[in-house]
Design a protein. Structure first.
Length: 122
């Protein structure tokens, strides 16, 4: 019995990359546009679109599964994964009168696509 093996291990060929996809479900007719309100156009959102990550405004009740199904129905691409971010309500000074106003709380979804997939907005 040898302490160190005498046989060299064979290197395995790298496997072809698998396409990942988020969970899917069926949506009621016409509810896809209720789930995806609008694309989110900000400086950060436009920078990460080069990496295949698209940002959308979504309602507070939307789930990742519903968002994935809506993206597939509207844009005909299958998302790889989805992250959701909740933005809190923000207090802002009023310009025309004294006091502080409140900007509404919002929710956005980061949709990751597989390499080679893209979404055209215009």
């Amino acid at each position: 019995m040898a302490i160190f093996g005498t046989k060299k291990q064979e290197k395995k060929a790298p496997a072809s990359p698998k396409l990942r996809r988020a969970r899917q479900t069926k949506l009621a007719a016409g509810s896809a546009h209720d789930t995806i309100r609008a694309p989110w156009f900000s400086e950060k959102a436009l920078i990460i679109t080069e990496k295949g990550v698209y940002t959308f405004g979504v309602p507070a009740r939307a789930t990742k599964v519903e968002i994935a199904a809506a993206i597939q129905e509207i844009y005909k691409v299958t998302p790889r994964k989805i992250h959701i971010g909740n933005l809190p309500a923000m207090k802002k000074a009023m310009r025309t009168r004294r006091g502080v106003g409140v900007r509404a709380a919002r929710r956005k979804a980061y949709v990751y696509l597989n390499k080679g997939d893209s979404i055209q907005f215009a």
